[in-house]
Design a protein around this ligand. Sequence first.
Ligand SMILES: C[C@](O)(CO)[C@H](O)COP(=O)(O)OP(=O)(O)OC[C@H]1O[C@@H](n2ccc(N)nc2=O)[C@H](O)[C@@H]1O
Ligand SMILES: Nc1ncnc2c1ncn2[C@@H]1O[C@H](COP(=O)(O)OP(=O)(O)OP(=O)(O)O)[C@@H](O)[C@H]1O
Length: 295
Amino acid sequence: MDHSVTSMQLPSPAKLNLFLHITGRREDGYHELQTLFQFIDLCDTLDFSLTRDNNIIISPAIEQLPTEENLIYKAAKLLTPFKQNPHAGVDIILKKQLPMGGGIGGGSSNAATTLLALNTLWKCHLSLEKLAELGVQLGADVPVFVMGFAAFAEGVGEKLQKVTLDTPYFLLLKPNCHVSTGQIFTDKYLTRDTPPIRISHALKLGGHNDCLDVVRKHNPEVNEAYLWLKNHGDAKLTGTGACLFLAFDNVRDAERVRLSTPKKWQSWVCHGCNTSPTHDALNQWIKQNRDKCPK
Ligand SMILES: C[C@](O)(CO)[C@H](O)COP(=O)(O)OP(=O)(O)OC[C@H]1O[C@@H](n2ccc(N)nc2=O)[C@H](O)[C@@H]1O
Ligand SMILES: Nc1ncnc2c1ncn2[C@@H]1O[C@H](COP(=O)(O)OP(=O)(O)OP(=O)(O)O)[C@@H](O)[C@H]1O
């Protein structure tokens, strides 16, 4: 078989929460949210190569993370009951660029990219909706990466309405610390009763991040970076942090502020997107391989 149809390289982008309101708490402890998700063109890359040995191999390993806990592995495992060929396996090479514990959803994105790639390579023929339903077991942020459109989200982040947003440039800052999502969501002082808003309100007026004060309290580095970034505009926290971001109309202004960023913090200039780069690349792959793929 042509090698191109047995392998696939896909980007795995980060997301930003342009705002994050916590509107309630469910009985299982999870929080009801309202958020606006946008993708950015800052990405990990995943290379998938089909094998015939029924194994899931991921390299290089992520430091201090056993393979069985890697969300890429868990996503591949979730799809194994749906493989057309029970002997099909996969070798996956992960080129990691996204910082972990940054609130930009790198792990969830890797899981979604794996679901999308293997659904095609293993010919599972599952719909995006079914993949999102499987993916939410791995993390609240997986469905938006599976669906691949910028979205107003409710529930725990899985009830998605497609939106079209402005696509500014962002300066993204990663303070030198790792925020535990679980710790933020269990803090007794977290605001959990922001009144729900309508999507029209969200699109017109935006919102705030209810996690910001609690994250700043637990993480002095985030506080310091927030105060620094605020001097340059409307600084925001994504998810439960640690990353902060600021929107710009043009790339020059974003680069100018980045140049003055204290070197102790990682920083990137990136572009907001309404479609996930994973979907753009997957659609391209499908177009190129349509005639070569046996049904
Ligand atoms: C904060 C966001 O990034 C916003 O997009 C997500 O809601 C978090 O998604 P995530 O990192 O995929 O989070 P998960 O792995 O599902 O959950 C981590 C922990 O955070 C808490 N958690 C998470 C999401 C949520 N809506 N309510 C919660 O209370 C739970 O204690 C959970 O054990
Ligand atoms: N493939 C993966 N890439 C990154 N992290 C992973 C992966 N698999 C499992 N993890 C675990 O998930 C944790 C959170 O990683 P992730 O990059 O998704 O953080 P995050 O950006 O804060 O996510 P979120 O915005 O969803 O809270 C990591 O600390 C790591 O232990």
